[in-house]
Design a protein around this ligand. Structure first.
Ligand SMILES: [Zn+2]
Length: 282
């Protein structure tokens, strides 16, 4: 059996030591290079993705890989972690992200492997890597001339969403709090909180915002996602207030202006359902 090809995305140089992998299958990632070391943000979908990232990073950095920082617990951001821990990088996440990985990781890996049968040989070598360092609120990494401030944002896309801010490069790595020009995945989401979190992220003074999915963005893109979530919430709320059932709400809520966004057909119905559940408890 031939080994399936992996797509980790193109390396985009954001300047001042900050880089992003944009267009990986299916997620983005990033890395920050200082005088003394490299910090990687998220590890993509499989160990092979992680190893391909390591190779690319070596083209841009000759200092050791010190840290892998995980923004949240979803597989497409963490399953590549062993490629980094095997090379001595310390894996760091929020305490709650580690707890969710420990609790849900084994089932999650099995499900992910079923969803992507063509990647079976890549999932076969996957081990669940739990972070060895956790934090609660914020943590700063000093890479030599470049500081990375990671902090807990709140429960938006998942219960423990974290972001990484690089002030000297004017870059914010927002994890899946930003789906850029795509309907967001909402399986674990708290939509009204997510809106508040994005509003807060929009106040961070940066030029580049790298989301977990979609092209490299700016603060304006955070605003666009927030408006999408606000409209979704407003429209579902209006229908639910009229006593409509979930199916009626799904049929009645128009979000036509977002049809041009990625995965509209597949992801809009579950997004409506999640908002309806958040609102009605049903
Ligand atoms: Zn996610």
């Amino acid at each position: 059996m031939t080994t399936p090809a992996v797509r980790i995305g193109d390396v985009t140089n954001l300047g001042n030591g900050a880089y992003a992998f944009i267009g990986g299958d299916p997620a983005n990632a990033g890395f920050v290079v200082g005088r003394d070391g490299v910090l990687v943000i998220d590890s993509q979908l499989t160990p092979a993705h992680g190893r391909a990232m390591v190779e690319q990073i070596a083209q841009h950095a000759s200092v050791p890989m010190r840290v892998l920082f995980l923004t949240h617990y979803h597989g497409d951001h963490v399953y590549g972690s062993q490629a980094f821990s095997d090379r001595g990088a310390v894996v760091i996440s929020h305490r709650g992200t580690r707890a969710l990985l420990e609790e849900r990781g084994p089932d999650m890996i099995e499900r992910s492997a079923q969803q992507r049968p063509e990647l079976a040989p890549l999932f076969a070598e996957l081990r669940l890597v739990l972070p060895t360092v956790t934090f609660e609120d914020r943590i700063t990494f000093h890479l030599g001339g470049v500081d990375v401030n990671a902090h807990f944002a709140g429960w938006g896309h998942t219960p423990y969403d974290c972001v990484a801010h690089v002030p000297s490069a004017r870059v914010l790595y927002a994890g899946d709090l930003l789906f850029n020009k795509g309907i967001p995945v909402v399986r674990d989401a708290n939509i009204s909180q997510w809106i508040n979190l994005v509003r807060y992220l929009e106040t961070i003074d940066v030029d580049h915002v790298i989301g977990g999915h979609g092209p490299a963005g700016t603060r304006a893109d955070l605003g666009e996602l927030r408006v999408f979530l606000e409209r979704l919430l407003e429209r579902v709320q209006a229908e639910a207030a009229r006593g409509r059932s979930l199916d009626e709400v799904k049929a009645a809520v128009p979000m036509e202006e977002y049809r041009r966004w990625g995965r509209y057909e597949a992801l809009l119905p579950p997004a409506i359902e999640k908002v309806y559940q958040n609102l009605t408890g049903r």
